[in-house]
Design a protein around this ligand. Structure first.
Ligand SMILES: C[S@@+](CC[C@H](N)C(=O)[O-])C[C@H]1O[C@@H](n2cnc3c(N)ncnc32)[C@H](O)[C@@H]1O
Length: 639
């Protein structure tokens, strides 16, 4: 049974981790009775340790080793021929039941990381046998325990080899959020580091996932939240993580609850695992109550906000940044902008604040809306004039001929006698009057990336000496970003230099910024310099708290519209409810490992030539990457 959220309709799938399965169908039925719709089950009896030698296969029978085959198969793994089959028949379930109801587990005795040659090679052969079976059964995934000791090198090589040979079956590594204490010392190794080694050696294969297990003890919040940026497929909650409430029902403590609630947002599977510290939690009834509790927590999740609902279909979906100067935007793009419930309200507030300073002025105020689109800022200016009772004359300047048609219709329909529609590039307009106020919204996710500085500089010539620009200034912000998902999305377009030297606009979901964003490039308007220079260079240093991989940079902007009226998509200051802009993702082709408590140094340039503007970027600490996008070879904005 899949749990459905009572108000949002979102779904949660919960499963049970079973240790031994005498009858598969019975195990599935029991799981269903507990409210679950899948089981994590061993494919071969967990204690059936096969022993392979060259061209032969042996098995333990009691304490004796019995030879069972003399024929080696193609992959070097000897086929087991003996009276008893290797495991149960695939006929026990239908194909669709195998696919939806069972996630396979590799036998726990298999140790691909063993330093003992004999045992390691034997483990490899048994491993190949089991993944071949998983593939035969068309399982969606097979789970293997992460190495607990020694080097993860041979484990990773075996995984990589399996991933490249399996077409459909995913390989999920089971890893605890905290390693159990050994000799009274806990956290002898950082589980994320173990995962990171495997992931890197498998070249971040898209079919590699994680089963993250949480038990009684959770690591610090920073350490724990690193998993958000990783491909966690199942959150396995151990019965040890539960405590009994006053009436004897299992519940999670606050810290566990908080983490579980965060993970609900990432659409993963959940599972109940372990034997339970208390007798009350053992057996089917204990499991059923744990499942019910997780379902209850899920049902209590608050429904999505308006902006979350807007973002949901775009999560982690890479889009090319708009270039409204070089291209003409389409009607549906304007329509999406105009749905923002907050942005135009902020502009209206800012314009009204400016106009309120002009109350009593004998002259009509000349307002130029530069890049008027289909008119929302013209409407905001007229509304602000009505709010303040300050009369204005508006020039709506727009270079997109199709948006001009909308503006002219609006003028006629609304009898806007004080509005003139000008079809022109603002940089080349011979204005009939001088402006008191210019209002524009030429901002991209990274602030200046839609070339607002260059466009507004071109308009300075028709401003009065004391003219004001809304926005008065804006700045871009950057933070190092960990996101295997986004890096893999870029790779899915083709692992080319060009794709990794292009910024994207994306609603970042499976990703985590590793430090608070810092200001990069600031622009203030009007810029009355006779030769405005909009090129920039900035070095940024970020303090990294926990070891991680930097897969790129997340970019944001903040804009001061007028005085204290601000719009922002920078997480610490983000304007609530405004959804016109998703963040910028600037990839780094070869992700950089940043150790715990290290410094990540980033270099960022804004460069220009007569027809183009572009960014170049590099990481220079703790490792040095090549400069991305030299001379704008892969990505530029056309002037
Ligand atoms: C991001 S859209 C904003 C449109 C509208 N103000 C809104 O908020 O919905 C920017 C608009 O500026 C126009 N634009 C960009 N550069 C321009 C230029 N140099 N001269 C005139 N219009 C320009 C584009 O065609 C586009 O309509």
């Amino acid at each position: 049974m899949v749990v459905t959220h009572p108000t949002t309709g979102e779904q949660l799938s919960i499963g049970i981790d079973v240790v031994s399965v005498p009858r598969l169908r019975t195990a599935l039925e029991n799981a269903e009775q507990c409210g679950c719709d899948f089981i994590m089950a061993p494919l071969v009896h967990p204690r059936y340790e096969r022993v392979f030698t060259q061209g032969q296969s042996w098995c333990h029978e009691g304490s004796a080793l019995v030879r069972v085959s003399s024929a080696a198969s193609d992959n070097g793994c000897a086929a087991i021929v003996r009276d008893e089959p290797l495991t149960r028949s695939d006929l026990e379930l239908s194909s669709s039941e195998w696919m939806s109801g069972v996630i396979g587990k590799v036998s726990p005795w298999i140790r691909l990381e063993s330093p003992n040659d004999y045992f390691r090679e034997n483990s490899e052969m048994a491993f190949r046998q089991e993944i071949s079976l998983a593939s035969h059964l068309s399982l969606r995934a097979i789970i293997i325990n992460a190495p607990t000791s020694g080097s993860a090198a041979n484990f990773s090589r075996s995984m990589n080899s399996a991933l490249s040979s399996l077409r459909h079956v995913q390989m999920w590594i089971r890893i605890p959020a905290t390693y159990p204490a050994v000799n009274g010392k806990s956290d002898i190794r950082d589980p994320w580091d173990v995962w990171n080694t495997i992931r890197n050696m498998c070249d971040s294969h898209p079919n590699l996932g994680i089963v993250l297990e949480i038990g009684e003890n959770l690591p610090a919040k920073n350490e724990l939240e690193r998993w958000i940026a990783e491909p966690v497929k199942i959150l396995a909650v151990s019965t040890n993580a539960f405590v009994l409430n006053k009436v004897g029902y299992p519940v999670l403590l606050k810290k566990h609850q908080d983490f579980v609630k965060i993970m609900f947002k990432y659409g993963m599977l959940f599972a109940i695992t372990g034997r339970g510290s208390s007798a009350r939690l053992r057996g089917a009834e204990g499991y059923r109550q744990c499942v019910q509790y997780i379902a209850h927590l899920f049902g209590k999740q608050p429904p999505s906000t308006e902006s979350e609902a807007f973002e949901a279909p775009f999560r982690d979906y890479l889009q090319a940044p708009l270039q409204p100067l070089a291209d003409d935007l389409e009607s549906q793009t304007y329509e999406t902008f105009e749905k923002d419930p907050v942005k135009y309200q902020k502009y209206r507030e800012a314009i009204a604040l400016y106009l309120s300073e002009k109350v009593g002025s004998s002259d009509r105020i000349v307002v130029m809306v530069l890049g008027a689109g289909r008119g929302p800022l013209v409407k905001a200016a007229l509304a602000a004039s009505a709010d303040t009772q300050v009369p204005i004359d508006v020039f709506a300047v727009e270079k997109n001929p199709n948006a001009v048609v909308t503006l002219e219709n609006l003028r006629l329909e609304n009898e806007w006698s004080n509005v003139s529609v000008i079809h022109c590039d603002m940089r080349h307009w011979e204005a009939p009057a001088r402006a008191d106020l210019v209002v524009s919204e030429l901002l991209g996710s990274f602030g200046d990336n839609e070339l607002s500085p260059e466009c507004l500089d071109g308009a300075t010539k028709y401003l009065k000496p004391d003219a004001v620009s809304i926005p008065q200034s804006y700045a871009s912000f950057l933070a190092p970003l960990a996101s295997t998902k986004l890096h893999n999305e870029v790779r899915a377009y083709g692992d080319t230099q060009q794709n990794f030297e292009t910024p994207y606009v994306v609603s970042i979901h499976r990703g985590r910024i590793l430090a608070e964003p810092q200001e990069v490039f600031r622009f203030s308007h009007p810029n009355r310099s006779p030769h405005p220079d909009n090129t920039r260079f900035k070095t940024l240093e970020f303090k990294i708290l926990e070891a991680n991989m930097v897969h790129g940079l997340a970019g944001y902007f903040e804009a001061q519209l007028y005085m204290d009226v601000v719009i922002s998509i920078n997480p610490p200051t983000a304007t609530t409810g405004m959804f016109s802009w998703f963040p910028f993702y600037i990839p780094i082709r070869n992700p950089v490992y940043v150790p715990k408590e290290s410094t990540c140094q980033v270099q960022m340039w804004r460069k220009a030539s007569p027809g183009r503007v572009w960014y170049e970027w590099a990481v220079t600490r703790p490792a040095i990457t090549p400069v991305h996008n030299p001379n704008g070879r892969s990505y530029w904005m056309g002037l």
